[in-house]
Design a binder for this molecule. Structure first.
Ligand SMILES: Cc1cc2nc3c(=O)[nH]c(=O)nc-3n(C[C@H](O)[C@H](O)[C@H](O)COP(=O)(O)OP(=O)(O)OC[C@H]3O[C@@H](n4cnc5c(N)ncnc54)[C@H](O)[C@@H]3O)c2cc1C
Length: 355
C-alpha cells in the first residue's frame, strides 16, 4: 500500500482529505494525517475564543474517518526530502510516498525585543486559550494593547470590547488608516466603529520593544496589562528550515502543479506556500483542490496539468463584534449587519460541510 502523508489538518489539509475521501482514494493508497491536535481547529475563529465570546468546542471540527485514513498525533520537527521521511518530536520517523505539507504559520516578531516572550497570540488554539485566560482574568479598567491592525487584530479588538466594555483597549496600526489595503470606505467604517466603542486606534505606530506590562511605540513607553501580538506571520519553523527555494516571506516556491521543484511527490498547501495572493483559508482550500487533481492524475499515470486557472477567491469578510461586519465581496465593499450575517453564514456552511 502506497502512503500519502498529510502534515497539518488545517484548512488545506482538511480540503484535501475531503476531496479524496470517502470515494476518490485509489484502493492501493492510504493516508496518514499528522497533526499536533486531534481535531481541525477553526483558526479564523480564534479571535472569538480568545475574547471569550465562543466556547472551545465551537472552534473544533472532527477529522473525517475512513478505513484507510490513520490519524497520527504528534509534533512534526523535521522533514527529510531526500529520505522521504517525517520526524516527530518523540523521535518517530514516518515514511511517505507522497506528501502534502500544510503546517500553516506562526507569529512573526520582526526582531522586536521581548515580543516573543512577553506577548500573547491567537495563532494556535493553545495560544488562543492562553490569551483567553489572560484577557478574561483582567479586572475592571485594565489595559489591553493589540499590536497589529490586520484582520485578526481588528476582529479581536472589536469582539473583546463588545464583551468587556470595562477594559481599556488600544490597537496599534502601522499605517495611516486601518486595513488601508481594503478600501477607504471600509477603513473609515471600522475606525468610526472603534471610536464609538472607545477602542483607541494608534496609527503610524512602530512597536520597538516589549517589557513586562509595557510596550514602546517609537520612544513612548505605554503601560499594558496584556499585550496581544497580531502583527505578522511566517511559515512554521519546519518549513522555514527546509533547504529549498523560498520567497521573501519564507514561503516555499512551487511549480504550477504545487510541488517543490525536483520533488514531484511533495506538495505544499496554504500559508506555507508561495502563491500570488495573501494567505487565507479560502486560498488554502482552493489550492488543495488543485493539488488533489494533480495527485489523482499522477496516481493514474496521466499527464499532469501544465497550469491551473487562478484560484477563485470570493472576497474577505471581517466581524466587528457579533452584530456588525465589513468586507470586500466581488471587489465591492460591504458593511454592517449584512456583512456580519454573511460571515456567520459562511462559517455555518463550513461546519456543515465538514461534519
Ligand atoms: C484570527 C484570524 C482570523 C482569520 N480570518 C480569516 C478569514 O476570515 N478568512 C480567511 O480566508 N482566512 C482567515 N484567516 C487566515 C486563515 O486562518 C489561514 O490562512 C488558514 O488557516 C491557512 O490554512 P492552512 O491549512 O495553511 O493552515 P492552518 O489552518 O493553520 O493549519 C495548520 C495545521 O497544522 C498543524 N500544525 C502546525 N505545525 C505543526 C507541527 N509542527 N506538528 C504538527 N502539526 C502542526 C496545526 O495544528 C493545524 O492543524 C484568519 C487567521 C486568523 C489568525
Amino acid at each position: 500500500m502506497k502512503k500519502l502523508v498529510i502534515l497539518g489538518g488545517g484548512y488545506g489539509g482538511m480540503k484535501a482529505l475531503n476531496r479524496l475521501l470517502p470515494n476518490n482514494l485509489p484502493e492501493d493508497r492510504s493516508i496518514t494525517l499528522i497533526d499536533r491536535n486531534p481535531y481541525h481547529s477553526l483558526k479564523t475563529e480564534h479571535y472569538a475564543l480568545a475574547a471569550g465570546t465562543i466556547s472551545d468546542q465551537h472552534v473544533r471540527v472532527s477529522f473525517p474517518e475512513h478505513p484507510r485514513l490513520t490519524y497520527k498525533a504528534g509534533n512534526v520537527t523535521a522533514i527529510s526530502l531526500d529520505e522521504a521521511t517525517i520526524t516527530l518530536e518523540d523521535g518517530e520517523s514516518i515514511h511517505y510516498d507522497d506528501l502534502i505539507i500544510g503546517l500553516g504559520c506562526v507569529d512573526k516578531y520582526h526582531n522586536v525585543p521581548g515580543a516573543k516572550e512577553l506577548t500573547y497570540s491567537i495563532q494556535t488554539i493553545h495560544q488562543a486559550r492562553r490569551t483567553y485566560q489572560a484577557l478574561n482574568n483582567l479586572g475592571k479598567g485594565a489595559t489591553v494593547s493589540i499590536v497589529g491592525a490586520g484582520l485578526s487584530g481588528v476582529e479581536l479588538a472589536s469582539e473583546l470590547i463588545e464583551s468587556r466594555p470595562d477594559l481599556s483597549i488600544r490597537i496599534f496600526d502601522r499605517g495611516e488608516h486601518i486595513l488601508s489595503s481594503f478600501s477607504p470606505k471600509l477603513s473609515t467604517y471600522i475606525e468610526n466603529w472603534f471610536k464609538k466603542h472607545n477602542v483607541e486606534v494608534i496609527n503610524h505606530s512602530n512597536i520597538t520593544a516589549v517589557e513586562e506590562h509595557y510596550l514602546y511605540n517609537h520612544q513612548d513607553r505605554i503601560q499594558s496589562d496584556v499585550i496581544v501580538w497580531t502583527a505578522g506571520i511566517q511559515p512554521s519553523r519546519v518549513v522555514r528550515e527546509l533547504p529549498v527555494e523560498k520567497d521573501k516571506q519564507n514561503r516555499i516556491k512551487l511549480t504550477p502543479q504545487h510541488f517543490i521543484p525536483g520533488y514531484d511527490n511533495v506538495f505544499v498547501v496554504g500559508d506555507c506556500a508561495s502563491l500570488d495572493y495573501a494567505p487565507s483559508a479560502q486560498l488554502a482550500e482552493g489550492q488543495a483542490e488543485q493539488i488533489v487533481e494533480v495527485l489523482e492524475k499522477k496516481w493514474k499515470n496521466e499527464p499532469l496539468p501544465e497550469s491551473f486557472p487562478p484560484i477563485k477567491l470570493k472576497g474577505t469578510l471581517g466581524s466587528l463584534g457579533k452584530k456588525q461586519g465589513f468586507g470586500l465581496v466581488a471587489d465591492r465593499p460591504i458593511t454592517g449587519r449584512v456583512a456580519r450575517l454573511l460571515k456567520s453564514g459562511i462559517l455555518w456552511m463550513y461546519k456543515y460541510h465538514n461534519g
